[in-house]
Design a protein around this ligand. Structure first.
Ligand code: NDP
Length: 524
């Protein structure tokens, strides 16, 4: 087994990208510190040829990696987990410099990713290994198994807002399932991507099982066309459509983890203090740049005013500034400032009121928390992803109205319910991939749960057993144990075979209901 080398040499200036295919220096781009505008590092723009070469190397590596036992892969992935954990502070600092996010946000993100890596490595065998299934009454002479086999090479395309947690939701699960990975990080966080690949090489130096290609959107587009066996994309809905279109050319399957407009429902029996606290954090942590961030809140009229009072009081204590003690970091992507400014302006123009923040909340780099009320349901601030530390709050007459308004949106990623007695009942009515009750975004931190959305939030799942199987294909095998009483798959069968089959079918299915005896014994 590979020994993990000490990582004294892991310094950002040592980060090396996958070299261009011909070894010649190619074009480069800079990653910038959004707090200061300083250059963090310079990275190659990998061309389509470079990407194809990386995928070619990955294909070789996938043969080796996919041929290991689950235990052998787990041992290596857990060695990587150890490297990540021991160098958590270093990675957090690099994330802080590339995205501007506070160290606390970065540290929490890495901690969750490490937990997921552990789960994927140790649970892959349980969920993917060959298992026998009931062959059913008609095929009782057969033994039947299903197993989940690696696809080969998975291309992962990641965003900048959670540059570790989000791509690791695909990378860790794809690797644990036996695939090699070529990862294209966002152009805003290439150093974080390189760091992940470099630390993986420390734990698994034998073959290039995890590689990183850097560049702009074109590099991501090249990865879609580089003959990978699946693309796991996380990013905006608009780019997700482009990724799907490119993958359609080669029938390459895709996972699309796209944007969201997550709602919180506060019922009349909610713990109002806890709900306001959670809404503020859900809306403003990571400067609101969270796919499952809280963007709109529907509050029962009986607790609305109390909720708004607490939220406003708490929101006024939170500020975004350049100091190290700032609760909120800068907006990582400068062009997002215009989107946030536009949504606030539209809301105010159309009769909305800002109880905290407002038109002046959007600065050159930082956006102050903004709480909007009386905003029309068809305005951008309610319908479109704002991706800033803003939230709309609306009064509703009933939980049913809150559910209707929540479900009216085109996105369906996450959601939250605050209710002491009706949480589960309300959660089940919401059309979203995930719902947390009495806490925000808790679903993302439970490795056994699938993560993903419906509607414009995309499809496919990362995390949990579904996330492991997303990077596999199901392989079905049967073995005949003894000759069947009715030789159905032979031309040389007795004349009364069809009659007997019809009699058996009538006995088994003619009633149109479950046979109690059979129902009790069903395994699958
Ligand atoms: P983008 O859609 O702009 O970019 C995502 C990734 O796609 C980047 O690596 C980008 O590269 C790459 N890319 C751009 N163009 C193409 C193309 N034509 N073909 C292939 N790849 C391409 O999203 P952001 O990076 O701005 O991320 C924010 C978005 O991500 C938000 O909408 C957020 O909701 C969503 N998100 C969703 C999550 C989920 O799990 N559902 C989790 C986290 C974020 P480059 O950066 O170089 O342009």
């Amino acid at each position: 087994m590979t020994q993990t080398a000490p990582l004294a040499a892991v310094q950002p200036e040592n980060l090396t990208a996958t070299p261009p295919a011909d070894g010649a220096p190619g074009p480069t781009f800079d990653s910038m510190n959004p707090r200061t505008g300083d250059v963090v590092d310079t990275h190659p723009v990998h061309s389509a040829e470079d990407v194809e070469a990386a995928v070619g190397r990955a294909r070789e590596a996938a043969r080796w990696w996919g041929g290991l036992t689950f235990d052998e892969r787990a041992e290596r992935l857990l060695a990587w987990k150890g490297v990540l954990t021991r160098h958590l502070a270093q990675l957090a600092d690099l994330m802080h410099r590339e995205t501007g996010k506070p160290h606390a946000d970065a540290t929490m993100e890495i901690a969750l990713a490490i937990d997921h890596l552990h789960w994927a490595a140790t649970k892959a065998e349980k969920h993917l290994k060959r298992r026998s299934v009931s062959p059913g009454m008609l095929m009782v002479n057969q033994q039947a198994w299903v197993e989940y086999k690696p696809l080969g090479v998975v291309g992962v395309i990641g965003p900048w807002n959670y540059p570790v947690f989000t791509p690791m939701g695909s990378i860790a699960y794809a690797l644990a399932a036996g695939n090699a990975v070529v990862f294209k990080p966002s152009e805003y966080t290439p150093g974080v991507g390189e760091w992940l690949a470099m630390t993986f090489r420390q734990a698994v130096p034998d073959h290039p099982v995890l590689q990183v290609v850097t560049g702009l959107g074109e590099t991501g587009a090249a990865l879609c066309r580089a003959d990978v066996d699946k693309v796991a994309f996380t990013g905006s809905t608009a780019t997700g459509k482009r990724v799907m279109a490119a993958c359609a050319e080669t029938l390459t399957p895709v996972v699309i983890e796209a944007g969201g407009k997550d709602a919180v429902i506060v019922a009349e029996d909610a713990d109002v203090d806890a709900a306001a606290d959670a809404v503020l954090w859900g809306a403003c942590s990571n400067a609101g740049q969270t796919c499952t961030g809280v963007e709109r809140v529907y509050v029962h009229e009986r607790v609305h005013d109390e909720f708004v009072d607490v939220l406003v009081r708490k929101a006024r204590e939170i500020t975004a500034h350049e100091g190290a003690d700032s609760h909120i970091g800068p907006i990582t992507m400068p062009k997002q400032l215009d989107v946030i400014r536009g949504h606030i302006a539209d809301a105010l123009d159309r009769g909305g009121r800002a109880l905290v923040g407002g038109a002046d909340a959007v600065g050159d780099r930082f956006v102050q928390p903004t709480v909007l009320v009386d905003v029309p349901e068809d305005s951008d601030a309610v319908c479109e992803e704002t991706f800033g530390p803003t939230v709309t709050v609306a009064k509703v007459r009933s939980v049913e109205e809150a559910v209707d308004r929540t479900n009216a949106g085109k996105y369906g990623l996450g959601s939250t319910v605050f209710s002491r007695s009706r949480g589960l009942e309300i959660a089940e009515q919401i059309r979203s991939g995930m719902t947390s009750i009495n806490a925000v975004i808790a679903f993302a931190a439970v490795p056994a749960l699938p993560f993903g959305g419906v509607g414009d939030s995309g499809f496919g799942r990362i995390h949990g057993p579904d996330g492991l199987r997303e990077f596999t294909y199901a392989k079905a095998i049967t073995r005949q144990r003894f000759k069947p009483a009715l030789p159905l798959t032979s031309f040389d069968r007795p004349d009364d075979t069809d009659t007997k089959l019809a009699q058996i079918m009538t006995m088994l299915h003619g009633r149109g209901t479950l046979l109690p005896r059979v129902a009790g014994r069903r395994k699958d």
